[in-house]
Design a protein around this ligand. Sequence first.
Ligand code: GDP
Ligand code: GDP
Length: 434
Amino acid sequence: MSNIIAIVGRPNVGKSTFFNRLTGERAAIVDPTSGVTRDRHYGTSDWNGIEFSVIDTGGVVIGSEDVFEDAIRKQVELAMEEADVILFMVDAKEGMSPLDEDVADMIRRSPKKVFLVANKVDNSNRSADAIEFYSLGFEKIYEISAINGSGTGELLDDVVREFENTVMEDIPDLPKIAFVGRPNVGKSSMINALLGDERNIVTPVAGTTRDSIYTRYNSFGFDFLLVDTAGLRKKGKVTENIEFYSVMRSIRAIENSDVCVLMLDATQGIESQDINIFSLIQKNHKGVVIVVNKWDLVEKETNTHKDYEELIRSRIAPFTDVPIIFTSVINKQRIHKTLETANKVNKSRSQNIPTRQLMDIMLPIVTETPPPAVKGKFVKVKYITQLKLAYPAFVFFCNMPQYVADPYKRFVENRMREQFDFHGVPIEIFYRQK
Ligand code: GDP
Ligand code: GDP
């Protein structure tokens, strides 16, 4: 189940500041150049052990003054459509603005849970200033300071309580596959090609209390759950091809999946937006298959295929151990292969490697090529084991783990990938003191 929080509000109330506090992505800090779309506006966080995603809608559209209102309207629409909980942020220091009232008018109609958050309450003196916001018609005002963190604990306590209340229904224990990508790459065509003529073998599965997001596909030797196909087949209300939108759409599908098929349009190449989605998949530790669709539209010479593949790998580096398939959905080419590959990635991702086997295979490798000595000290790996997580994660127990540097970590990951099949699977390796 995904838990998605969107932060909305007029510019400068502190949305990005709070976003950064939650996600710890300091790099996402406000770009002061107006008219520039901020790059990072999605992050993950957790509170009381409950994980959630945060969207800073401030990054959606930044325009000149006269289009602000329109931009904010879009922000709020996106949040209402895509998020589970909305944080409506206002500025207690500046006081109420007409734009706040506009946002409140829109947001009141949302069936989603909305929290009114008065930011910049850095000290108790300013608490009085927040009172005027009661006129916006919300029961409660959460007074916080995004800068010093005061009040944020109480807010998050209540926010995650919303998530705890969401009841999960029984979902069959099958691989969950999501098709993600920018608008127009062919996702719906792919889903329709799979499901279109096969209505009899498709069973909708009620995934959550909020929306039905899984569809079971059981045919041609496959048995898996398709994620969020309803949302894909019926196009959303917001049809504008804005960059941010496809990411928003993808988040939920990614979080609810085991394997993501990232679709690209062969005629467009791989763009920064595709890379964003790719890193979201990676960050969420999901399996990934890259599909270059509309291959029928590309004029081919001897090396087209190989060159294209190399280009993609160079863009997704350093995680390049990913299957890439060239499809033509309209010609029904390599659709079966896509499913087969996604299945295989799912298997690789679910493998449990016994400690004995890890030790037998990896210990000689790290003993033969140990990390370079630091200040005359040698790192020695003594024990290796896999963690019991939903994705492959391993611990290498050693003395002085702090001396294991990134190049060596990459070396070990590459050896792991050679020895065990993790094609399309992000893996995590920790170094810990025993
Ligand atoms: P956004 O446009 O809503 O994303 O707002 P920003 O996060 O860019 O913040 C706008 C300005 O408000 C920045 O100068 C922040 O440093 C400042 N700010 C954000 N949160 C707080 C807060 O809790 N207290 C104070 N005093 N200033 C804040
Ligand atoms: P979505 O927005 O990712 O769901 O993309 P759609 O499935 O709606 O496809 C966008 C457009 O691309 C439609 O006009 C499709 O007919 C077309 N399309 C999809 N797959 C292919 C393909 O393999 N080859 C070609 N030539 N067109 C395709």
